[in-house]
Design a protein around this ligand. Structure first.
Ligand code: NIG
Length: 382
């Protein structure tokens, strides 16, 4: 079944040859893009949708979320807004609630958050384990995540569970727990930060994951400067996420690597951290992604549009730079050549805005602009 979406006022493709087209059209055939070009030269198709001059772009690629959880941390957020600092310790609150939830509760929560994201134009989502922290609960989180999202990451090394011995826990997370979770995940991640895992512990878990064929990601440099970026680059991780506190040598290391710096501005705002140095990273030649970090503690939003608007209004990115980071950048952070770009052969993930240009994402911050979404060629909204 082929669908022609025509009369697009503007179409951002992220393809170096196609660029951003005006007066554009696109054909989706099954789950793939079949054709992209000018609305005057459209091929014959089964169905035709008139976009009425609206803007189109690839669906958002949200390459960093933590959506397998139960419970609520509104009180912690309130305390933070009253002046309490964010610490990794809050993770334990969600771990307790997640362990107490049954599979159906976890699945329903994940499904609801994914649906919320898709309704806002997100068509590729990564999510993590990390609120289980026992072999059984990490496997359960990974299994449920793999039912519903594109990309699943093992984050057994999120926090040393309260009462556990750190060395014993690292041995578990890089041994039996990893072996049991590996069949359900493509990636492994470590929270490399003071209060979570130090450089040696992080290296141990990441090396063990790489030896089992998993791709690597790192949570690094979130709450202060640290070894996360350096370690991610050393181990050729696909991404290092947060990157809020970077030294010049961190920026240089990222610029000279294929590791994507994934920036999570909604998290920095919600934890009263500075915003990450996006401009410095881009000017140095690093690749950046923007993602929500949707989780109940540090960043409870699924809105990629909010991240894009923040990146433009407060982090000094241009609108095309921010959109690219939230689509193609996320795809690069997940090493996925089939998403984040609209050209023949890529996945038919299309997002239409109720606006004549994508500039409105920053010009009209906070306004729900998503008008239509196709996910793998199927209409996901309206
Ligand atoms: O990416 N930094 C570590 N993990 C999450 C926070 C999780 C939580 O507070 O529950 C993050 O911000």
């Amino acid at each position: 079944m082929s669908v022609l979406v025509t009369n697009l006022g503007e179409l951002t493709t992220n393809d170096p040859e196609l660029g951003t087209l005006t007066d554009a059209a696109i054909v989706l055939d099954g789950d793939r893009v079949a054709w992209v070009g000018h609305a005057r030269k459209v091929p014959a198709t089964d169905t035709r949708v008139d976009a009425g001059g609206r803007a189109g772009l690839p669906g958002w690629v949200d390459s960093h979320t933590h959506l397998v959880f139960a419970g609520d941390r509104t009180a912690e957020f309130g305390a933070r807004m009253a002046g309490q600092p964010y610490t990794a310790g809050g993770i334990a609150v969600t771990v307790e609630a997640t362990r107490a939830a049954d599979d159906d509760q976890l699945r329903a929560g994940l499904r609801a958050h994914v649906a919320e994201a898709v309704a806002q134009g997100t068509t590729c989502i990564e999510t993590k384990t990390g609120y289980g922290l026992t072999v059984e609960d990490e496997v359960r989180s990974a299994r449920i995540a793999a039912e519903l999202v594109d990309e699943v990451t093992y984050l057994g090394a999120h926090l040393v569970p309260p009462g556990a011995d750190a060395d014993e826990y690292v041995a578990l997370a890089s041994g039996e727990m990893l072996d049991e979770v590996a069949p359900y995940v493509r990636w492994a991640d470590v929270f490399c930060e003071t209060g979570a895992f130090d450089e040696a512990q992080s290296r141990q878990v990441l090396r063990a994951a790489a030896a089992r064929g998993l791709g690597l990601r790192v949570h690094g440099n979130q709450l202060g400067p640290g070894p996360g970026v350096r370690l991610a680059v050393e181990l050729n991780a696909a991404s290092v996420d947060h990157c809020t506190h970077l030294t010049e040598s961190d920026v240089d290391a990222l610029a000279g690597s294929t590791t994507v710096a994934t920036l999570l501005p909604a998290c920095d705002l919600s934890t009263r951290q500075p915003l990450p140095p996006a401009r410095r990273l881009l000017d140095a030649g690093a690749t950046i992604a923007l993602a929500t970090n949707c989780n109940p503690g540090s960043s409870y939003t699924s809105s990629m549009a909010f991240c894009v608007a923040t990146a433009v209004l407060q982090m000094r990115l241009s609108v095309p730079e921010a959109i690219r980071a939230a689509t193609l950048g996320g795809a690069q952070a997940l090493r996925r050549p089939d998403v984040g770009v609209l050209r023949p052969g890529t996945r038919a993930d299309l997002h239409l805005l109720d606006a004549p240009s994508a500039t409105h994402l920053a010009y009209r911050p906070g306004v729900p602009l998503t008008w239509a979404v196709w996910h793998s060629g199927s209409p996901a909204r309206p």
